[in-house]
Design a binder for this molecule. Structure first.
Ligand SMILES: C[C@](O)(CO)[C@H](O)COP(=O)(O)OP(=O)(O)OC[C@H]1O[C@@H](n2ccc(N)nc2=O)[C@H](O)[C@@H]1O
Ligand SMILES: Nc1ncnc2c1ncn2[C@@H]1O[C@H](COP(=O)(O)OP(=O)(O)OP(=O)(O)O)[C@@H](O)[C@H]1O
Length: 267
């Protein structure tokens, strides 16, 4: 069985407070992108993971895909599987690639072995593996709250915009990025602001990770500036970075940015 795990972007991200368990409450919008890892499940003599494509830091045995398998194995009698991951979504980019792979493994195991799990049950398994993992079970635009695993439907369609994603050669670890932010409650809620015309987003929407991540890596801020200078209606760093996206009315090529960065078009 073979399936595709998509990336996400955050459209606005307010970090509202730090919780007693060390995690942070936030308010964000998740939007799925057309940028994919590929996951294949094959029956095998023993369960293991093979990674191809982009380098994933750490050992294959620590891959989050195996954590997803192990989690379901605690409740179901699953035959051993070889999990082949073709990694294409940049890592340490704020695009949720690892979380998406893990959510996809849960969905694939549910289908392949007819486990009968509901969406809510799969979301609750996914939440154990990562804060934003549950989003990838349904993969539809949502407002997210709590630690990023409480959802409200969001009526948002960006399919008419040409989306460009730029990944600087910098790995930003999520935990380091959270440690750099001082949480604060915003006076206006993102849920209201996101329904303003897209041309107002530049002034109204923010990502609370940007000040500290841009401070540590000025080249990421330069990418955002370059996207605006090239005509983006809206540009923002995704999640904890380092990827930055731009929304354009027309297709374009950003040859200068391609020199130093990986640029993905029409995502
Ligand atoms: C930055 C975002 O991509 C925004 O959507 C997500 O919040 C990241 O979610 P994620 O990668 O699934 O995060 P996890 O793998 O669960 O957590 C990684 C680390 O990030 C921090 N973390 C994560 C989520 C959250 N709401 N508060 C946190 O403080 C914690 O230090 C945690 O140890
Ligand atoms: N399948 C996977 N894909 C990506 N990273 C993985 C995977 N499995 C384990 N990891 C570990 O997770 C780390 C990436 O997590 P981090 O939160 O820093 O990045 P991210 O790009 O925001 O991704 P995510 O939101 O999916 O966690 C990697 O350094 C790697 O050690």
């Amino acid at each position: 069985m073979l399936a595709f795990a998509n990336a996400k972007i955050n459209i606005g991200l307010n970090i509202t407070d730090k919780r007693a368990d060390g995690y942070h409450n936030l308010e964000t919008a998740f939007y799925p992108l057309k940028l994919y890892d590929v996951v294949e499940l094959l029956d095998a003599g023993h369960t293991h993971c093979m990674v191809k494509g982009l380098d994933v830091p750490g050992q294959n045995q620590d891959n989050i895909c195996l954590k997803a398998y192990d989690l379901l194995s605690m409740d179901f009698n699953l035959p051993p599987q070889k999990i082949v991951l073709l990694k294409n979504i940049p890592v340490g980019a704020g695009l949720g690639g690892g979380s998406s792979d893990a959510a996809l493994v849960i969905r694939m195991l549910n289908d392949k072995f007819k486990l009968g799990l509901s969406v809510v049950q799969m979301q609750s398994y996914a939440s154990i593996l990562g804060a934003d993992c549950a989003f990838f079970i349904e993969n539809k635009p949502v407002m997210a709250y709590g630690i990023g695993n409480e959802f409200e439907d969001l009526d948002l369609d960006l399919s008419s915009y040409f989306k460009v994603l730029v990944k600087a050669p910098v790995h930003v670890a999520t935990s380091t990025a959270y440690a750099g932010v001082k949480p604060s409650r915003s006076s206006s809620s993102l849920k209201d602001l996101i329904h303003l015309p897209l041309t107002a987003w530049r002034k109204e929407l923010k990502n609370d990770f940007e000040p500290s991540v841009f401070g540590a890596h000025p080249e990421i801020e330069k990418i955002k500036e370059a996207l605006y200078a090239s005509g983006a209606l809206f540009a923002l760093m995704s999640g904890s970075g380092s990827a930055v996206y731009g929304l354009f009315t027309q297709p374009l090529k950003l040859a200068l940015l391609e020199k130093e960065n990986k640029v993905f078009y029409d995502v």
